[in-house]
Design a protein around this ligand. Structure first.
Ligand SMILES: [Cu+2]
Length: 199
């Protein structure tokens, strides 16, 4: 297991089965100091670890919202993200943004997203994302909302998304990832290293 992200996901998976409330409380204090009441909201289902679900506050009367996250498949078999839903939106689609001839395009992913074994599948600005369509109320910075994902094999998992600011390119600081642009996994591993060392 050479990917540090996978190794860290395994560590977190193991740890989550023996949730350390003291460590969680300490982490909560640090996070609260960083950005309001937001906290990291990782989840797991089967062999999938879903990390740092986040969104963006929506401007004005926009009824379109986004959702980003990373799905770590620590198992040996491929899974497929089939669908997503949220009580705050009429529907949630899986979209992919790509650049073609300098133009940013967005398309709906109809057949689900392959979550390859032993890989990290990232939903992030400029790539795969969840599109919340027909928001029933605006998404407000630092607030959280629920989203349910459905995987072909692992089944359903309930997530809590935390909203960053309008147009944010990075997850909320409280989620502790994506600190500086390109070196996502590097800063992630670093953050986790510190987290690991603290308890
Ligand atoms: Cu979209």
């Amino acid at each position: 297991m050479s990917n540090p992200r996978l190794a860290s996901a395994v560590f977190r998976l193991v740890r989550s089965t023996t949730k350390n409330s003291v460590a969680a409380a300490a982490a909560g204090l640090v996070l609260a100091a960083g950005a309001g009441m937001a906290q990291a909201k990782d989840a797991k289902v089967g062999n999938l670890v879903i990390e740092a679900p986040w969104s963006r506050a929506t401007p004005g009367r926009s009824t379109l919202g986004v959702g980003y996250l990373a799905i770590v498949n620590i198992g040996n078999k491929i899974d497929i993200l089939k669908a997503a839903s949220s009580p705050i939106a009429a529907r949630v689609e899986i979209h992919e943004t790509s650049m073609r001839n300098g133009v940013m395009r967005m398309r709906k992913v109809e057949d689900g997203v392959e979550i390859k074994a032993q890989e990290v599948t990232e939903f992030k600005p400029g790539g795969l994302h969840l599109m919340l369509i027909g928001l029933k109320k605006p998404i407000v910075k630092d607030e959280t909302f629920p989203v349910q994902l459905t995987f072909a094999k692992a089944g359903k998992v309930d997530l809590t998304f935390t909203a960053a600011g309008i147009g944010a390119a990075q997850p909320p600081a409280a989620l502790g990832i994506g600190a500086a642009g390109g070196s996502h996994s590097g800063s992630d591993a670093q953050a986790r290293g510190q987290e690991k060392g603290s308890h």
